[in-house]
Write a protein that binds this ligand. Structure first.
Ligand code: MN3
Length: 199
């Protein structure tokens, strides 16, 4: 049985960039619902319960048709949100220097150019989905996915992911997705993201 992981910080810890009410609903209701639906779906398929969420996503195309969409949506929702919580932290006002920021500068020219390109991708994702920085066989890439689809389904390792579903920002930012994306940089946990690049 999968469980909703602890945040590791309080619901109000990302204020004022991400508000306490959004954090509480997002974690305790939205994420919890993905986990509950994933567990429910897997109960009918005992051969799958020993698999990790990463394995479920990596091998998604091998699942029977009747299970595939529900697992894709809810395993994706579980993995995407777990990563999202881990790669945020209370704003520190410090620009971290890590192996990841070095790799970003090599690939995208500068951290600012990377942020601009990532923001452009996040704003260009129509409807609900995610914007990603991924490691695609050693190459850093910016991409987006629809709904709760995971880059793992495409063989990529997600390094940073930004939830651009309206439930992630609407209470505070309403239709102003660009302001939300801009604010999010303040709470990115670069150290955790950098550790993901090494693995
Ligand atoms: Mn969400």
């Amino acid at each position: 049985m999968f469980i909703v992981p602890e945040l590791g910080y309080a619901y109000d810890a990302l204020e004022p960039y991400i508000d306490v009410q959004t954090m509480e609903i997002h974690h305790s209701k939205h994420h919890a619902a993905y986990v509950a639906k994933l567990n429910e779906a897997l109960q009918k398929s005992p051969e799958l319960v020993s698999k990790s969420v990463e394995e479920l996503l990596r091998d998604i195309k091998e699942l029977p048709e009747t299970l595939r969409i529900v697992v894709q949506n809810n395993a994706g929702g579980h993995h995407n949100h777990s990563l999202f919580w881990q790669t945020m932290r209370p704003a520190q006002g410090i620009k971290s220097h890590t192996n990841l920021t070095d790799a970003i500068k090599t690939t995208f020219g500068s951290l600012d150019q990377f942020k601009a390109k990532f923001c452009h991708a996040a704003l260009g994702r129509f409807g609900s989905g995610w914007a990603w920085l991924t490691d695609n066989n050693g190459k850093l890439e910016i991409s987006t996915t629809a709904n709760q689809d995971s880059p793992i389904m495409e063989g990529k390792t997600p390094i940073l992911g930004l939830d651009v579903w309206e439930h992630a920002y609407y209470l505070k930012y309403q239709n102003r997705r660009a302001e939300y994306v801009e604010a999010w940089w303040q709470v990115v946990n670069w150290d955790v993201a950098a550790a993901r690049l090494q693995t």
